[in-house]
Structure formats: C-alpha cells, structure tokens
Design a protein around this ligand. Sequence first.
Ligand code: C2E
Ligand code: CA
Ligand code: CA
Length: 663
Amino acid sequence: MPEHDRPKSWLWRALNFLRVPNDNPALTLAQFEAFSKQVPLLYFILFVNTVSVAWTHRNVASDTLVLYIPGALCSIFLIRGLGWLRKRHRQVTPAEAYAGLTATNRLAAPIAIVCVGWSLALLPTGNAYQQAHVAFYMAITVIGIIFCLMHLRSAAFMVTVLVNVPFFVAMLMTGEETFVATGLNILLVSFALIVVLLTHYRDFRQLGHSRQELQERNAAIQALSDENLRLANLDSLTQIPNRRSFFHNLEKAFSGAAATGERLAVGVIDLDGFKPINDMYGHAAGDKVLVEIGARLGRFESESLKVHRLGGDEFALIIIGDVDETNIMSLGVSICDAIAEPMKISNATVQVTGSLGVAIYPDVGSNGQDLYERADYALYTAKRYQRAGTVIFNHKQAQELSRQKVVEEALLAANLSRELSLAYQPIIDLSTGRCAGFEALARWNSPQIGSVSPAEFIPIAEHAGRIALITRILLDKALAEAKHWPLDVYLSFNLSPHDLATQDGTMRIIAAVGVSGIDPRRINFEITETAIMHDFAQAKASAQMLRHLGTSVSLDDFGTGFSSLSHVHRLPLSKIKVDGSFVRNIHTEEPSRKIVKSVLALCADMGIEAVVEGVETAEELEVLRTLGARWVQGFYFTRPMPSLEARELAAAGNAAHHLRQAG
Ligand code: C2E
Ligand code: CA
Ligand code: CA
C-alpha cells in the first residue's frame, strides 16, 4: 500500500499537527511571506510586555527575576525580531522558507516555557496590583501571540497550550475569586481564538491551493497555445516553417539588419518538373518529393540560414550576415545540385530541378516585403531564361520590375473594351495557297503608356487577375470579326493558362462561343504548355469540354517548353503549333530541320495537324515545303494585320500569291 494511502493513527495526526507542513512548496512560500510580516510584531509584543512586567516588579523581586532573566529573554526577542525584519523583503527558496518556519516552530515551546516559568515565579512576589499585572501580562501576551502566529498553526497551538494550562492552574491555586474568573476567561477566549485561527489557517491553505491550481491551469493553457502557435507556423507536410512564419521571420530579420547594418539575403526556390511527377505518380508521390526536398534544403540550415516552405513547390530562404553575390552564387549552385539529385519514389527514380531567385539587402529592398518581391522577380527571370539556376536581383531586373509596375497600373486603370483590339495573322494552306484561318493576336493601345505588346501585358494581366476579363472582351471581338470571313476560314484564338484553370473559366468560353452563333468547328483554341504544366488534369478536362463543343484545340509553342511527347497523346489535341525558333535558319541548321521533320512525322502518325509558325524567309519556307509541312504562318507572308485587311485577304482566292504579290 502506498505511504499516503495508509490510515493514519491519532498520534501521527497529533504530531503532524505540531509540524510545519512541507507538502507544497508554493504554499510554504506563501505561508513564509505572510508569516515574516508578523513575526517582528510578535517579538515586539513579547519585548514590550516583558520589560513592563520586570519594571513593575523591580522593587519586590530578586535581580535574577527582574534583571537577568528578562534581560536574556529581551535580548533573544530583539535579535530574532531584527533578524526577521531584515528577512522581510528577501526572495527565498521554498527550502529556505521551510527552514525559517521550522526554526520558529522549534523556538516557540522553549520561549513559552521560560516566559511562563518566569511569570509564575514573579506571581507570589508582588502585591495584588502586581499580581494582577502578571495575570494581565500572560493573558494579553498569549492573545497577541496567537494572532501573530496565525500562519504557523503548530506554533500558535503549542504556545496556547503551554501558556494557558499553567496559567489557569496558577490562577486556581491563588483561591482568589477574581483570579480564578480571569484564568477561566482567558482559557475560554483562547479556545475561541484557536477555533478562529484553525478556520483561518484552513482557508489560507485552500486559497493557496486554488491559487496554485490557477497557476498550473494558466501554465497548461500557455503551453497549449505555445503548441498551437508552433503548429500554426509549421508546414504540416514537411514540418518546416511555413509561409506565415516566413513573412514573420523576414520582417524580424529585416528590422534587425536595418538596425545593425548587417546584410540579409532572401531566396525563393521553385521546383521544375514537380507537377508532372504529381500527375504521373499521384499526390502521395508528390508529397514524398516535397518532404525529401525539404530535408535536402534542411542540410543547408544554420544559425544564419533558415528554410521555409511557401506552399506548393515553393520554398524560401532567409540568410543573415556575411552574404555577397559570390557566396550566394556558390550556395545557389550547391542548393540546385542538391535538389537535382535523383530520388527513389515507390518503384520509380524521379528527378526535379530547382531555380533560385535571390535579393540582397542593402543592395536592394526597402522593407521585407520589397525584398521578397525582388527575390521572386529574380526567380521568375531564372525560370524564364535559365532553368535550374540562380539569379540575383540586379539593375536590369530592377528596370523590368518597375516597368512591370507601370504596365500593371495602366492595365488596372484601362478602359479595356475600348483600348484592346485584335490583329489577325493568316495561316496559309501550302497545298492550295489559300488562307485556312487567322490567328487573332491581342493589341493594346493605352492612352497612358502607348502600345504594349501582348507578350508583355498578357503575363502581367494574369498576375493582376485581369486575364478573364481580357479574354472575354477579345473573344467577343474575334468571334464578331470571324462572321465576316468565308465559312471555310477558321479563327484561331489564344487562351491563357488561367482561362483553363477552372471549370468556370472554360464554361464562360463555351458560353461566348454559343452566344456568337458561329459554328464551333470554325474555331480553334490555342493552349500553351504552361497551362498543362500547371494542372494537367484540369487542362485535359477543359480541352475535352472544348472538343465536345466541336472546336479544335492546338498546343502552342510546341518544343519550347517542358512538355514531353507524352503530353501530346494524353491530351485531346487537334493541332500542334511548331514554334518559330525551330524554323529560324532551318535551311542551315541541321538539328532544327531534324526536329521539325520528326514533329511533322509524329503529327501525321497521330492524325494531328501541324502548323509551323514564324516563317520569315523564302529559304525557310522552301525547306518546310520539302519536309512536307502543309500549314504555315509567318512574317514571310505577312505580319498580323488589321481586321479590314484580313477580311480582304480571306476573300482572295490564293492568299499566298496575293500576299507575295503585295509584299
Ligand atoms: P504566340 O501565340 O506564339 O503568337 C505568335 C507571335 O509571333 C505573335 O506575336 C506574332 O506577331 C509573332 N509572329 C508571327 N509571325 C512571326 C514571324 O515570322 N517571326 C517572328 N519573329 N514573330 C512572328 P505577338 O502578337 O506579339 O504575340 C505574342 C504572344 O502574346 C503570343 O505568342 C501569345 O502568347 C500572346 N498573345 C497574343 N494575343 C493573345 C491573346 O489574345 N490572348 C492570350 N492569352 N495571349 C495572347
Ligand atoms: Ca498562338
Ligand atoms: Ca506560338
């Protein structure tokens, strides 16, 4: 049976009553604190009362009784009293508090016995007044002491018993009625006081207990909220600090750097080739890749370098201290190498690569957010021009970024349905020389900043959330224009990745086609690889919806991006547009010729039409003809033209001939 469960004997309980409890350090401390305020008063009472009794007996009792004993007693009272007075404001440990309380507890009985003995010895020496003074002395002292020892139950109890019992007996023995009554009185009053004291003491302990419980509960709540905060700042998949914590840490690091003049670099990492893994092997595999990449980036962590996951396949670094372009570039190489190591996921070995954009303070950036935006822009540049590499935000990008802001502002302020128009570039059928269709290309003439190329404003519109509106305006215009063309001339319209990213977006496009009343078979939608890379499943579903409607769908800029041939046959495509970069000097560039040749063969094989873009010269066209290309498009025939010219050309029998004649 455990110690605390055993039934306690009455003797144990009685002895325990006389001990200072030591079961609860917080309570001992509270007891000590309350007690230490009263002890000096207790010794003061004893001192004053003792001096006063010794004084009234100075002529009747011996020197021992009025000088030596009270002298010794008063010295003890003085020393102890001053000692406690000094201890009052000191911080003590629970052990020290306990020692202090026990010492007083131990002293209580001897002092009480000596005082009682002394008073009883004085009693017979004086006359009636002096005897009354001794009785008064004992009574008032014991009452004062009970009050002062309120927080030390054991001592109060001992003193009460040790003083009152002998006092009562002594009073009885005098036989004097007044003394007997006084003795009895004091006994009863002391009893009442003890009851008050016990109740008070119990309340005190309970209060201590509930205060302690409250403290414990508060501590538990604090621990819980600390844990919640920790979880709220951690990415649940990779267990590394998340986006929220990144921005928090960034602001902290920035204010630190701004205050101390220390250097600070922010890096943003984006994975290339992650989406295809997710598509091909499933989300569980994708998750494993992210966890593995998180762990690899974790290898670079140190006091001065912290890794975060911003979300998706984006990670971020905060680097404080000794950073310059040289060491950041070499860190970038190591990080990109680490990311690019192949990894085993289930039964397959896969590989992703990473691009890193960095901005360094104080070279650039006026606050944390600013620094992040610049790093993000550097990343964008890294992805555009050198996949799997590091780019540090520099002067050139600063110019690009400020231009981007200017365009974005103008775009947000623009009256789009008035300022946007379309130019049309014919797609020539080489077998007949006729114009098979027109690709509609956006033109924006801004009263604020002049005419802006779609290659510039379309990505900005995507970023600024205006692309859905732009697509709708342009599509309505293009569909209206196509009504002026012969029925065998089709419209090829460019869609942005965002247009296909949701079912809603796709539905809006389908609705616009329906409202126009144009035969959907006369419409082709050009989608880019970016759309497919972003969310293959959604892109495929959207393309399927468009095919169901009856329109054709072509894959634009084929060969420039990341999409593999596997995408081509997993998507419901009707055409592929071979990018102009393969046509450039195809008559001298043997590799280009080979690529175009095999793409044409692939398309023929799969029953997909191939449109070759960007034909600029007769030589290029000649090679394409010999390779068997049927549909071509390019400056060689004409630049994109205004709608009225396009209408004329559509009506002409042999467009190719017409154009070359005009050119
Ligand atoms: P894209 O879809 O690849 O369009 C072909 C681009 O090549 C057009 O540039 C066109 O003018 C240009 N081009 C045509 N023939 C030649 C040639 O022989 N040599 C050279 N070097 N270039 C040629 P543009 O009109 O500046 O459009 C640029 C890009 O902007 C387009 O590339 C397309 O991605 C995007 N874009 C244009 N209009 C729209 C639109 O209405 N919606 C969306 N979402 N994107 C559009
Ligand atoms: Ca296009
Ligand atoms: Ca293209």
